[in-house]
Design a protein around this ligand. Structure first.
Ligand SMILES: *[C@@H]1O[C@H](CO)[C@@H](O)[C@H](O)[C@H]1NC(C)=O
Ligand SMILES: *[C@@H]1O[C@H](CO)[C@@H](O)[C@H](O)[C@H]1NC(C)=O
Ligand SMILES: *[C@@H]1O[C@H](CO)[C@@H](O)[C@H](O)[C@H]1NC(C)=O
Ligand SMILES: *[C@@H]1O[C@H](CO)[C@@H](O)[C@H](O)[C@H]1NC(C)=O
Length: 495
């Protein structure tokens, strides 16, 4: 039981999957007003006053049912579940000193948070869950995985109390029940990585208290309904089969910090009303079929740190120089494979916090803006597979800093100026030569393969290494995501 109390202190359960590009960043908040302190506190009082508080008998029977349905029959040997507590159950006394179950969690989330695990081949969610009228948090992680079943519609009956519903990675099938829209007190709804299909129910719009909605990694199809949530911080719909355009109603979610609708089949332009998302930090609309032009109002997203729109070949537009004007905090810009034309705006080189720029696989022409030479934090730059010409505006330090994360191959005629001191530092691959700029015309360089060397003489290999495939997962540094996570944690916690 000692182990229990340490977990009980963890009021916030933060799931942070920092895979390349941080595709799944989810914050789950079981309950900010966690009762654990209360229950842990008076435990001495408990033993002293042995006839005092006890668990509501109907709830106790219900919990036995729920535990049996997940293969945790051992729990039925515990005579008073709120006293013989395990990691994964939380109780709270009422004014008559009767304990009620307020939180139930299942699944081995990490070594520190060992909730009861489930028999994944047989487990189900018992209907007895509806007999827990004070339940605020229900958390199932990798629990029902090998017993494909739909989300039970009876969960909708927990509307009076439920604030957090997490059913991550449980192999759940079928549609999201309309009844979940009855959970009007919900703050967190997380159905990440199941096999859910059908369309997103419009009834979810009734959950006006929602802070985090994660439906990513399913097979949801159809149009995104006209939803708007005044308090929503996180909306993650990535990796589904959603079609149609981005609903303008979603632009009425002024609290959104993270919006991820990448890897769907969305079409049409990005709405100008996107400027309504004034607190947005991360916007990912990558790998869809969105159309140009890029809305000028993007520049009003002053908090934005990561903008990812790559893999929308239907974009086929130019980059308006004005869009970078307000994006002062931008750290990551991913616009690869968008069929972008015209020049790279000089204004991009004025984003002093930028660390990652991917503009590869477009039809950008003109030269690399000289302002790029002043981007002191830039650690990753991909400009390969474009139509760029002219001198590379970097000094040796910058080239060395980026090393192989500087990609310039397959352009129309990039070259280096002998005065830049780059010389042998700018390596090339055999099929794309970056030679010395000629004074008369750029890009007519001698065929020479050069390699970049580190200070200690280790060869780094050709800079212009051809990218392996069309779909490149841009590697966004974890530091940024961690920073974002901290921010989210704060934002969600204070509510
Ligand atoms: C719950 O939701 C369903 C479908 O959205 C609805 O028909 C039903 O009346 C709701 N029940 C309650 C108790 O609100
Ligand atoms: C959802 O998946 C089930 C199989 O799990 C299938 O029978 C059903 O037709 C699918 N529904 C939709 C709308 O794709
Ligand atoms: C760049 O491309 C645009 C259209 O894609 C064209 O109008 C313009 O002349 C090109 N500029 C240069 C310098 O090649
Ligand atoms: C060079 O880049 C263009 C896109 O700008 C692409 O279509 C072409 O296949 C690339 N060539 C090679 C050899 O990779």
């Amino acid at each position: 039981m000692d182990k229990l109390s340490s977990l009980m202190e963890t009021h916030l359960l933060l799931i942070l999957v920092c895979i390349p590009l941080g595709r799944s960043l989810t914050v789950t908040v079981p309950d900010s007003s966690s009762p654990s302190a209360l229950v842990d506190g008076p435990q001495t009082a408990f033993t002293v006053n042995n006839n005092g508080a006890r668990t509501d008998i109907r709830e106790q029977e219900a919990v036995y049912d729920i535990m049996r349905a997940t293969g945790n029959d051992w729990a039925t040997d515990i005579p008073d579940i709120c006293r013989g507590r395990w990691h994964g159950i939380e109780c709270m006394p009422d004014k008559d000193n009767v304990y009620h179950v307020v939180s139930l969690s299942f699944g081995a989330l990490s070594d520190d948070t060992a909730f009861p695990t489930c028999d994944i081949a047989k487990s189900s969610i018992s209907p007895s869950i509806t007999k827990l009228p004070r339940l605020r948090t229900l958390f199932f992680y990798r629990c029902l995985t090998n017993n494909p079943q739909p989300i039970p519609s009876f969960l909708g009956r927990l509307g009076k109390s439920l604030q957090t519903l997490v059913l991550r990675e449980n192999g759940l099938v079928g549609p999201i029940p309309n009844e979940l829209g009855n959970l009007t007190r919900l703050k967190v709804l997380d159905l990440h990585k199941n096999e859910l299909n059908g369309s997103i129910p419009g009834s979810l719009g009734r959950i006006t208290s929602l802070r985090s909605l994660d439906l990513s990694g399913n097979q949801l199809s159809g149009l995104i309904p006209d939803l708007s949530f005044p308090q929503l911080n996180v909306l993650d719909l990535n990796q589904n089969h959603l079609v149609g355009s981005i609903p303008t109603t979603l632009m009425n979610c002024p609290s959104l910090i993270k919006l991820d609708m990448s890897r769907n089949c969305l079409s049409g332009p990005i709405p100008e009303s996107i400027s309504g998302l004034e607190n947005l930090i991360l916007l990912d609309l990558g790998y869809n079929s969105l159309a140009g032009p890029l809305p000028a109002s993007l520049k009003e997203l002053n908090s934005l740190q990561a903008l990812l729109l790559n893999g929308n070949p239907t974009m086929s537009t130019t980059i308006p120089s004005s869009i970078f004007d307000g994006l002062k905090d931008l750290v990551v810009l991913i616009l690869s494979e968008n069929n972008l034309q015209g020049i790279i705006p000089e204004s991009l080189g004025r984003l002093r916090k930028i660390r990652v720029i991917h503009l590869d696989g477009n039809k950008l022409n003109g030269s690399i803006p000289a302002s790029f030479g002043d981007l002191n934090d830039l650690s990753e730059l991909r400009l390969d597979n474009n139509l760029l010409m002219g001198p590379v505006p970097f000094n040796r330090d910058m080239v060395w800093r980026m090393r192989r994360k500087l990609r310039l191959n397959n352009n129309s005629g990039l070259c280096y100026d002998t005065k830049s001191g780059l010389g042998d530092d700018l390596a090339t691959s055999s099929d794309s030569v970056i030679g010395i700029c000629e004074t008369s015309k750029y890009g007519m360089a001698t065929k020479a393969v050069r390699h970049i060397s580190t200070i200690d003489g280790t060869e780094l290999g050709p800079l212009g290494t051809k990218s392996a495939g069309r779909v490149q997962k841009p590697a966004v540094a974890c530091f940024m995501l961690l920073q974002l996570a901290n921010f989210l944690l704060f934002a969600v916690y204070v509510m």
